[in-house]
Design a protein around this ligand. Structure first.
Ligand SMILES: Nc1ncnc2c1ncn2[C@@H]1O[C@H](COP(=O)(O)OP(=O)(O)OP(=O)(O)O)[C@@H](O)[C@H]1O
Length: 285
């Protein structure tokens, strides 16, 4: 175990020296009007793992992550992060987590460097330590050349990377990322991946949501599958994949989506060779 890992282990340690789970969720519900987004989930996510939360569009992943990170109040249920209740002890939780939410809002009129300086001071870090960490993060994430550019002028991938740097600056125990690789080119994705692997190697936990099964399969050692507001499966990757040839195949089976492409036959007008494509009341090309 590295020094950093040992330190995390000690500080997070319970009575017997075992860290509490990264996340413990009990009976979590959220409804928006008639729409039940999260339907009473129970989930324990172990610490020190690279965890993927996967599910189809509208499964409830973002709603769940928002409630777990204290951004959205649940209708019912409890959430603990690193042994602290998210809603009763928010300051303790916020000190221990980093969050890269979906549709990240940043201070657009700051440069990347200023954004990190501001974030670091908000986190209570001394100025010289913020400078040191910010310089390293900007360098590793390949943003050093753009550090004095305003965030408003950053590309989608650069925004993800500066958001990630801000989320990592205080060296949190648990990092929550909602679709961190969306809109990110393969080179930047590889860079982000390297940073996250190094981070989990120190004993920290990453929880990230994604639709991209290949990515989850190659990165994560623990997976939770959500569909229709419920957890359909969770556990070590190999266990969730079971006998299926890939996580993608296991996922399709778990969310009941096999054969969905057969619905394509109803789109018989679509494509150049469609027979009778100009049928109907003048609807052809
Ligand atoms: N603020 C809101 N108001 C109304 N309905 C909402 C709101 N947020 C989410 N929902 C609904 O809750 C359900 C779950 O949405 P959520 O965004 O959590 O899913 P998701 O798994 O993150 O989906 P995606 O992968 O498409 O981002 C969806 O039916 C969505 O329309």
């Amino acid at each position: 175990m590295s020094d950093q890992a040992a330190e995390r282990h000690e500080t997070a340690g319970g009575a017997a020296g075992t860290p509490p789970p990264a996340v413990r969720v009990e009976g979590l519900w959220k409804r928006f009007g008639q729409q039940i987004a999260v339907a009473g989930i129970d989930l324990v996510l172990p610490s020190g793992r690279f965890i993927g939360l996967v599910g189809p569009n509208g499964a409830g992943k973002t709603t769940t992550l928002s409630m777990v990170t204290g951004l959205l109040r649940p209708d019912h249920g409890r959430v603990e992060v690193a042994g602290h209740d998210v809603w009763r002890d928010p300051a303790a939780v916020k000190a221990r987590i980093g969050v890269l939410p979906e549709g990240l809002r940043l201070f657009e009129r700051l440069s990347g460097r200023e954004l990190l300086a501001y974030t670091g001071r908000l986190r209570g870090l001394p100025g010289d330590e913020v400078d040191r960490r910010a310089a390293q993060l900007l360098d590793v994430l390949d943003l050093a050349g753009a550090q004095h550019k305003l965030v408003v002028d950053y590309s989608t991938g650069m925004r993800k990377k500066i958001g990630l740097a801000a989320a990592l600056l205080h060296n949190p125990d648990v990092l929550f990322l909602d679709e961190p690789f969306e809109g990110v080119d393969p080179v930047s994705a590889q860079t982000i991946r390297g940073v996250l692997e190094r981070y989990t190697g120190s004993g920290a936990t990453v929880v990230f949501s994604s639709h991209v099964m290949e990515l989850v399969e190659s990165l994560c050692d623990w997976v939770a599958v959500m569909a229709a507001g419920q957890i359909r499966a969770h556990g070590p990757l190999e266990q969730v994949r079971g006998e299926a040839p890939s996580l993608q195949a296991a996922f399709l089976e778990l969310v009941g989506a096999q054969g969905r492409d057969e619905a394509g036959h109803t789109l018989d007008w679509l494509g150049g060779g469609a027979a009778g494509g100009s049928g109907g009341s003048g609807g052809g090309r």
